[in-house]
Design a binder for this molecule. Structure first.
Ligand SMILES: [Zn+2]
Length: 323
């Protein structure tokens, strides 16, 4: 029997998991319809890992004619057309160019990273942006066939690449990573600190799912490796895409019966701390604890556990991890 009074925790609302567009997968196989939608569509420009934005840091949508103009100007001679979906009869696309030249727009303020503009995006824009960025990253890294080394060409609205030589098809990949909030029976949470983080930063434990591993096994392994405690119960909290470059974060809460065994692994994690709500409030106040960025899954998990007053007591840190 479960010794904790609260059972299944509430699902998280996660900032990058907001998406409203219909991906309309059937249209990817209809070249004529894709062309028609492109000609009248709204196109976001993803270049060198950044998005073209308005003066107000909103996504700036271009027309097909605008894209032709960009090509003619010589600034961007080539790009991948990626179909993102349909909303209210309008086709949405990304045109991804200059993926290999990450410094091309370093000085140009009209191109901004998702980390820089993420706070102000609507659900529609966020859904389009995370989809576009994940696919742009994948196209960038898969220009050549993994089987024979020949060039590949994008197809099906930018949702696959096909080998020019052996016609093998290659699909985008998303790398799952678990992130876990560890609790004990007194409803304290355990946070860990990585050596490479800013001073006083503590956060939840996380790691990539290994081949052949279930999410639940991954949670138990990561928690055991990094924090030294056993996992008694595992609850799913939610997930959000994290296209930096190709992850999805799957969030869990895990409960442990041996909190006294907690110790850092000394490799990835150099320090761990248990926090009650009062201890966390005090640590934020005296600046001995810098919480993870506001847009991160970890921050949302910590705030959800803290409950009432999190928006007042836990105000600290930046929106996003610095780039
Ligand atoms: Zn090939």
């Amino acid at each position: 029997m479960n010794q904790w009074t609260s059972g299944q925790p509430a699902r998280l609302e996660l900032p990058l998991a907001r998406a409203s567009v219909d991906r309309a997968g059937d249209i990817r196989l209809q070249p004529d319809e894709l062309n028609r939608l492109w000609d009248s569509g709204k196109i976001l420009h993803h270049a060198s890992g950044k998005f073209l934005v308005t003066d107000l840091a909103q996504i700036k949508f271009l027309s097909a004619a605008d894209i032709d103009g960009l090509k003619l100007s010589g600034s961007f001679e080539s790009g991948e057309k990626i179909f993102l979906g349909i909303e209210k009869g309008i086709g949405y696309f990304a045109w991804c160019s200059d993926a290999l030249n990450l410094l091309a727009h370093e000085e140009d303020q009209s191109y901004q990273s998702l980390r820089a503009i993420g706070d102000g995006l609507s659900d529609l824009e966020m859904g389009l942006a995370v989809h576009a960025q994940a696919l742009a990253n994948w196209h960038h890294a898969h220009q050549f066939c993994a089987r024979c080394g020949a060039r590949t060409t994008a197809g099906n609205g930018g949702t696959l690449r096909k080998c020019d030589q052996d016609a093998s098809e290659h699909y985008p990949r998303t790398d799952p990573a678990i992130i876990v909030l560890i609790k004990d029976k007194d409803d304290r949470v355990l946070l860990g600190r990585q050596k490479v983080w800013p001073e006083h930063r503590f956060s939840c434990f996380a790691g990539f799912v290994e081949p052949g591993e279930s999410f639940e096994h991954c949670v138990a392994r990561e928690v055991g490796e990094e924090a030294g405690v056993d996992v008694a119960d595992v609850y799913y909290l939610g997930s959000q895409p994290w296209p930096f470059p190709a992850s999805i974060m799957i969030a869990f809460e895990a409960r442990t019966n041996n909190p006294q065994a907690a110790r850092p692994d000394g490799q990835e994690i150099e320090q761990i701390r248990w926090f009650s709500r009062e201890e966390m409030k005090q640590a934020v106040l005296d600046k001995s604890l810098l919480l993870p960025p506001v847009m991160s899954v970890a921050r949302k998990m910590i705030e959800a556990w803290y409950g009432n007053g999190a928006n007042v007591d836990l105000v600290s840190g930046q929106s996003w991890r610095p780039e």
